[in-house]
Design a binder for this molecule. Structure first.
Ligand SMILES: [Zn+2]
Length: 346
């Protein structure tokens, strides 16, 4: 059922091959990011987990028109954040602010290249710094929109700066210019934004990668920006904060509510609505497998070691994405650990 587009792999593989594939395997204190040990997350991740490579150095955002006035911005380093914008008669709505001022200005230049209308709104799809640290570099008149839970988490600004360090090779200069700029508008379930002659929908379908995951939908182009909820063609879900069964329910609600032709993921390659089916199948099998191991009395370590990622979820060994196989293998180990910790009540 899934239609596979042409996959390109450029710098992501190079970045991945430069990253360490290990880390201290087990730590005494284990929790999801949402809890107290927030900044210890990467140390507590299972052996083999590779932090996503988010360093923006040399990254260019490529503009792709998905429909009239609807534009995706795809990073040319596929691990690094994508973005996008939608143009109405009154002005523009931007999706995600990126990681620093330089990248935020790149987004604004991409907007100015197609319209001189003002950026009225900026939506943060989640609280992570790679989606929000660019907020302070948007015009003061731009209204920032986020889910209530995203706005709450954004207040932990210093924690987030620390947390992101492994994803930018420990380079604190990457977001030295970022200051905390909180949303002006928060919402619970959904918002309809009228840009003049064009309505944009902003949705929260429940928690997934974060508590406030937000999807921006352009109905006329049937295009959805999914943030970290769906991270691209041939990917698997990133269960950073546990609650795997809620993640599954969230994807099911998203799939049941919006008619999606194109997904612009927060990271990774452009994909289609069919990827939602893949995510539901992966999350279901993750839940079932971990539950079976837990019920059989296996320890967390035994479960992570035994439930390796099945070949069907990996890019083919001869595909252009083959270099990403170690990343997905490590990510799955994290997903198993997080799912186990849910069942164990953390
Ligand atoms: Zn992200």
């Amino acid at each position: 059922m899934a239609r596979n587009g042409t996959l390109r792999l450029t710098a992501f593989a190079a970045v991945l091959s430069g990253l360490a594939t290990g880390g201290p395997a087990q730590a005494q204190q284990r929790t999801g990011i949402g809890e107290e040990a927030y900044s210890n997350f990467f140390e507590n991740a299972p052996e083999g987990f590779i932090p996503p490579p988010l360093h923006p150095e040399g990254v260019r955002l490529r503009t792709e028109e998905l429909g009239e006035g609807v534009y995706a911005l795809f990073s040319d380093h596929p691990g690094v954040d994508n973005s996008g914008f939608i143009v109405g008669e009154r002005g523009v709505l931007v999706i995600d602010a990126h990681i620093n001022g330089e990248m935020a200005r790149q987004i604004q230049s991409a907007v100015s290249a197609v319209t001189d209308r003002p950026i009225l709104y900026l939506v943060n799809t989640n609280y992570h710094g790679d989606h929000t640290f660019g907020n302070s570099s948007f015009p003061a008149e731009t209204k920032i929109i986020a889910h209530r839970a995203t706005a709450e988490r954004m207040r932990r600004f210093e924690h987030e700066r620390e947390f992101l360090l492994p994803t930018v090779n420990g380079d604190t200069s990457v977001y030295a210019d970022a200051t905390l700029r909180l949303p002006d508008i928060t919402f619970e379930e959904s918002l309809r934004i009228d840009l003049g002659g064009r309505v944009v929908e902003v949705w929260h379908f429940g928690r997934g990668n974060t508590p406030g995951d937000t999807v921006v939908y352009a109905p006329d182009a049937k295009a959805a920006w999914t943030g970290n909820l769906v991270v691209g063609e041939e990917s698997i879900a990133v269960v950073f904060e546990g609650r795997t069964s809620e993640y599954l329910a969230t994807i099911a609600r998203l799939a049941g509510t919006l008619d999606i032709r194109t997904i612009v993921p927060g990271h990774g390659f452009k994909t289609t609505g069919a990827t939602l089916g893949r995510y539901m199948a992966y999350l279901s099998s993750l839940l079932n497998d971990v539950r079976r191991a837990f019920d059989a009395g296996w320890t967390e370590e035994e479960t992570v070691a035994a439930l390796s990622l099945e070949e069907r979820w990996l890019p083919a060994a001869d595909s252009q994405l083959a270099a990403l196989r170690p990343f997905f293998v490590g990510l799955h180990r994290l997903n198993v650990q997080q799912t186990y910790l849910d069942l164990a009540g953390r």
